[in-house]
Each structure stands twice: as structure tokens, then as C-alpha cells.
Design a binder for this molecule. Structure first.
Ligand SMILES: [Zn+2]
Ligand SMILES: [Zn+2]
Ligand SMILES: [Zn+2]
Length: 256
């Protein structure tokens, strides 16, 4: 299984429009973050998790042309605003592209993009295939997917654990807190990527220290900080994190 971080930034991306801070002005590509999304690939299956406003650029940058299913963490626009660009993954398909998300997210997508959900629908669009239920696993090709309910803002938000060929990857880009049940589902994974928006505490996202504390509890072999804001410099964060952790950056690819 391979995991490619298509984007590693928070909702406004980095650089932030009009911002003159050191990180936004940095020429280092590690400090240029498109909106968070990942691509999980096995020998026979490709999964896209989230489709924010940078999806088109990310797909072109990494030559992503085939996707077997799309998972969505929640309805915030930095995760769903690229919905219409999912069409590019539908044109060559015989069946509609399956989309998995929580019930609230699917309702919101239906309200935002009603033409994609009309019965009979447009040929080759996505199909709201599954409503995720916390902890209930489903399979896409050779990948097993387990949705994990977490607390973030007031919207129903999921993280996902994907397993294939004995390897496990957890992805929780937006989270502030999680229940004991969810912690159990995310415990002891090979790689766990989790929200780390900024250094000061934040109302709806884990800050860096909260991320580290939770990683120490969940003990993945490798911990990744993602969904990073513009006040966090990549290399400064890299030195700040414990040895088993690292910051994500756009284009980071990990093999499990
Ligand atoms: Zn977000
Ligand atoms: Zn800035
Ligand atoms: Zn969010």
C-alpha cells in the first residue's frame, strides 16, 4: 500500500492570500500546502480521501487518472469543493464512481450538487454509495475501510482506517477530540496522519502539542501531522516533533 499526500494544508491553504508572514513568503516547496487530501493505492485499488478546491491541480500534478472509490471525511468546503472535478474520474467508467461519507455529509452534498444525485442521474457521475457508520468496515477492491467518528466543529466528521496486505493507515485530517471507542480503532496502526493546525490551542482542531500527546497514546509506528496552517514552518515543525513523527508536505509519499 502506498499513501500519497496530495495536499497537507488547512482550509485556506498556504500561502494565505495577501499574507506576508515568513511561512507564506517562504520559497521552500515544503511550505506550500494545498488543501488536505490523500490518495491510497494498492496493486489493484486506488482510493481518494477528500476532494477539496485544489483537487484538479493535485490530480494533474501527480497524474492521478483512475480512482476506484472516493471517501469523504466531512462537509467542510476545504474537503468537498472539488466535487465537480470528480467527473474526470467518471468518464471512462462503466459504473458510477462510488462515494462513501457520513449521512450528514451526503445530505449536504445533495443540497450543494443536486444534479449529481437526481435519479437516473447524469451518466458517469459519482454515486453516493454508502453511508458510513462508525466502526463498520466495508471493502473497496482489496482494501478494507473502517470509518472512525471523531469530534470536529459541529459537523459529523469521520476519519478512516484503511488496511491492505497486512498494512494499516489511519487518516484523520480534521479533529479536536475523539471518544474512547474511536481511540481504540486508531490504536497501534502502521501510519497515522492527524490534524495539527497550529501551535496555539484551537477551538475545532488539534494543535501541535495535542496532536503529539494523542499520537503518544495511539502509538502508531509512524505519526504524520497534516492539515497544517500558515503559522507553522515545515522544518521548524520537523525538529519539534518526536522521532516517530514527521510533518506531511504536498507530494509526501509513504510505502507500507
Ligand atoms: Zn479541513
Ligand atoms: Zn502567512
Ligand atoms: Zn473541517
Amino acid at each position: 500500500m502506498k499513501v500519497l499526500f496530495l495536499g497537507s494544508g488547512t482550509s485556506v491553504g498556504v500561502p494565505v492570500i495577501g499574507c506576508h508572514c515568513e511561512v507564506c513568503q517562504s520559497p521552500d516547496p515544503h511550505n506550500k500546502r494545498t488543501r488536505s487530501a490523500v490518495l491510497v493505492t494498492t496493486k489493484s485499488t486506488t482510493l481518494l480521501i477528500d476532494f477539496g478546491p485544489d483537487l484538479r491541480v493535485q490530480a494533474l500534478r501527480h497524474n492521478v487518472v483512475t480512482v476506484d472509490a472516493v471517501l469523504c471525511t466531512h462537509e467542510h468546503l476545504d474537503h468537498v469543493a472539488g466535487f465537480d472535478d470528480l467527473r474526470a474520474f467518471c468518464w471512462e467508467r462503466e459504473h458510477r464512481l462510488p462515494l462513501y461519507a457520513g449521512a450528514q455529509c451526503i445530505d449536504r452534498l445533495k443540497a450543494m450538487y443536486p444534479w449529481a444525485f437526481v435519479s437516473g442521474g447524469y451518466r458517469g457521475y459519482v454515486r453516493a454509495r454508502g453511508i458510513c457508520h462508525a466502526g463498520r468496515t466495508f471493502c473497496v477492491g482489496d482494501v478494507e475501510v473502517q470509518p472512525v467518528l471523531v469530534e470536529h466543529s459541529s459537523v459529523e466528521t469521520y476519519g478512516y482506517v484503511v488496511r491492505a496486505g497486512g498494512a494499516s493507515f489511519g487518516y484523520v485530517p480534521d479533529v479536536k477530540q475523539m471518544s474512547v471507542t474511536s481511540r481504540k480503532l486508531l490504536h497501534g496502526l502502521d501510519i497515522l496522519a492527524m490534524d495539527g493546525l497550529c501551535f496555539p490551542p484551537h477551538r475545532t482542531h488539534l494543535c501541535i502539542d495535542e496532536n503529539i500527546a494523542l499520537m503518544r497514546e495511539l502509538v502508531p509506528t509512524r505519526g504524520i501531522v497534516t492539515h497544517i496552517g500558515h503559522r507553522v514552518e515545515h522544518h521548524a515543525l520537523e525538529s519539534y516533533l518526536p522521532d516517530f513523527m514527521q510533518p506531511a508536505h504536498d507530494g509526501l509519499e509513504l510505502e507500507l
